[in-house]
Write a protein that binds this ligand. Structure first.
Ligand SMILES: *[C@@H]1O[C@H](CO)[C@@H](O)[C@H](O)[C@H]1NC(C)=O
Ligand SMILES: *[C@@H]1O[C@H](CO)[C@@H](O)[C@H](O)[C@H]1NC(C)=O
Ligand SMILES: *[C@@H]1O[C@H](CO)[C@@H](O)[C@H](O)[C@H]1NC(C)=O
Ligand SMILES: *[C@@H]1O[C@H](CO)[C@@H](O)[C@H](O)[C@H]1NC(C)=O
Ligand SMILES: *[C@@H]1O[C@H](CO)[C@@H](O)[C@H](O)[C@H]1NC(C)=O
Length: 455
């Protein structure tokens, strides 16, 4: 299994395979590869680089299981009429920028007089061309999610809706998203034992709207001061302590370990686990407190770059928000006029950067106090935890139900129910949801919110 993953991962790079075998033949790796210890103790702190199984632990035993105790359902007289699923791509390789950081840190570690099991035998096998590509585990993430969604929504995801063209697939143009969507489609075909034509629509205006929102790009993406809190946290006493502890563990002088080093080490531990299912020697460089600090650094970045930190972050998703409600309105119109629903299931595959702003626009996962560089301790029980919100293959599910009293709507994130903020009913009437978001529904116009005011 691991061999297969890595061979695929390394593509044609022979030297990579060779160094992988050198690495695998190290005795310390084999001894730590038993079932229980193959999960790093810090696996729940990997944030956006965490695996989906971390948020639904029952999947570790059975990846096709669904857990209905985590979901609120309306009364049995209701029936499902529509599902929109907005999904992050599956497990992927690091990007070129992070591979470079990992490579440089590995050089520093190679210099150290090491006293940590397995680390000196570890060989760098990540290469620049892997740049954020989907790995085999990432394809599995989507195949399995598709199969679980069939189990969740048998009346919507079935042979009839698939062959009747009532299932739509949309994706961002990034190869990891396109390949995730292909894997999702394979999961549908496997789960339903059917082979049909199913087009995949590539739509960056919808799934990568953030690139096209000029104001977001100017005020946040290309603006160093927008992430001032992230920078300050990297210089905080908490982060300094992580660096010093790592230098001690590596027998290196303090100045040789920077915030980039600890980040690279954390990535190495996370990627070796999510891609290869290994509890790698890199993970020994962090105890639980260190991992919590690293998690907070990652969450701070997401908060200021994609979420509540700046208003334009969530506003950049207005186009996806309106797309969703237009579709839901259309479904409701069809139900009310006794027509059949033309779009039973819509699957949209994108990025963490697609999901976080939309969840933020909907006022979800909002802490009372903003996340800053100085309140790490106070934020211990924050709801804004990117590893819980957007692990690989994270999914927002919007479900419409036809009930005797009218249409109801439910929200699920990662197969767990979410309350619509401000509404007491766990499966509220669709009209109440629209009232709740009436300001956004009446405004939130992409053109005007994203326009740069040059005056
Ligand atoms: C479902 O989730 C609940 C709540 O997290 C958990 O206690 C239970 O063990 C899960 N059920 C299964 C079958 O894993
Ligand atoms: C490795 O150690 C040598 C000698 O101490 C030093 O000159 C060099 O800069 C070090 N390299 C790295 C990558 O730290
Ligand atoms: C190596 O680690 C062991 C256990 O942590 C410690 O007792 C020993 O002194 C260390 N040796 C060196 C050279 O740092
Ligand atoms: C993924 O998709 C790209 C094109 O979108 C394709 O060239 C490639 O073969 C696919 N597979 C992998 C492993 O990236
Ligand atoms: C950059 O961000 C800072 C802090 O949010 C803000 O005050 C400033 O106006 C931004 N600069 C630009 C060019 O938008």
């Amino acid at each position: 299994m691991v061999k297969q993953v890595v061979t695929t991962a390394c593509f044609v790079l022979f030297h990579c395979i060779v160094s992988y075998w050198a690495f695998m033949s190290s005795p310390s790796i084999h001894s730590s590869a038993s079932k229980t210890s193959s999960i790093p103790a810090i696996a729940s702190y990997f944030g956006t680089k965490g695996r989906y199984e971390e948020v639904n632990k029952y999947l570790i035993d059975d990846i096709l299981a669904i857990n209905t105790s985590l979901v609120n359902l309306p009364s049995p007289e209701c029936r499902e009429v529509h599902l929109t699923a907005i999904i992050r791509h599956g497990t992927r390789f690091p990007t070129t920028k992070n591979i470079e950081k990992m490579r440089q840190f590995h050089m520093v570690v190679r210099n150290a007089s090491l006293n940590l099991s397995g680390l000196s035998e570890w060989k760098m096998w990540y290469t620049q061309d892997m740049d954020g590509r989907l790995v085999e585990k990432g394809r599995e993430d989507h195949r399995h999610l598709a199969q679980r969604l069939i189990a969740w929504f048998p009346s919507l995801l079935n042979r009839e809706s698939l062959s009747g063209g009532r299932v739509k697939l949309v994706t961002s143009s990034k190869h990891r998203c396109v390949n995730s969507t292909i894997a999702f489609k394979e999961g549908l075909m496997t789960g339903l034992h059917i082979a049909v034509e199913l087009d995949i629509d590539v739509n960056d205006a919808l799934m990568r709207y953030f690139d096209q929102c000029e104001r977001f790009v100017k005020e946040v993406e290309n603006n160093k001061s927008a992430l001032e809190e992230v920078k300050r946290f990297n210089e905080s006493p908490e982060m300094k302590r992580v660096m010093e502890k790592m230098a001690d563990r590596l027998n290196l002088p303090y100045p040789s370990i920077t915030d980039d080093s600890v980040e690279a080490a954390f990535y190495l531990c996370a990627y070796e686990f999510t891609i290869l299912s290994l509890n790698s020697p890199w993970c020994q460089l962090f105890d639980e407190v260190d991992a919590q600090v690293m998690e907070y650094a990652n969450d701070l970045k997401q908060y200021w770059k994609r979420s509540y930190g700046h208003e334009i972050n969530s506003k950049s998703s207005c186009i996806l928000f309106h797309d969703l409600f237009h579709r839901l309105d259309r479904v409701v119109d069809q139900i009310n006029s006794e027509d059949s629903v033309s779009e039973a299931v819509t699957v949209q595959v994108g990025h963490a950067e697609t999901l976080i702003p939309l969840l933020t626009l909907l006022d979800l996962f909002k802490d009372d106090v903003p996340l800053t560089s100085s309140n790490f301790a106070e934020q211990r029980n924050r709801v804004f935890r990117s590893g819980q919100i957007v692990p690989y293959a994270a999914n927002l599910l919007v479900v419409l139900y036809k009930c005797p009293e009218g249409t109801r709507m439910s929200l699920r994130l990662n197969e767990k129910s979410l309350d619509v903020p401000g509404l007491a009913d766990p499966v509220p009437m669709y009209e109440d949801v629209k009232k709740r978001y009436s300001t956004l529904l009446g405004g939130c116009d992409q053109e005007s919110v994203c326009k740069v005011n040059n005056s």
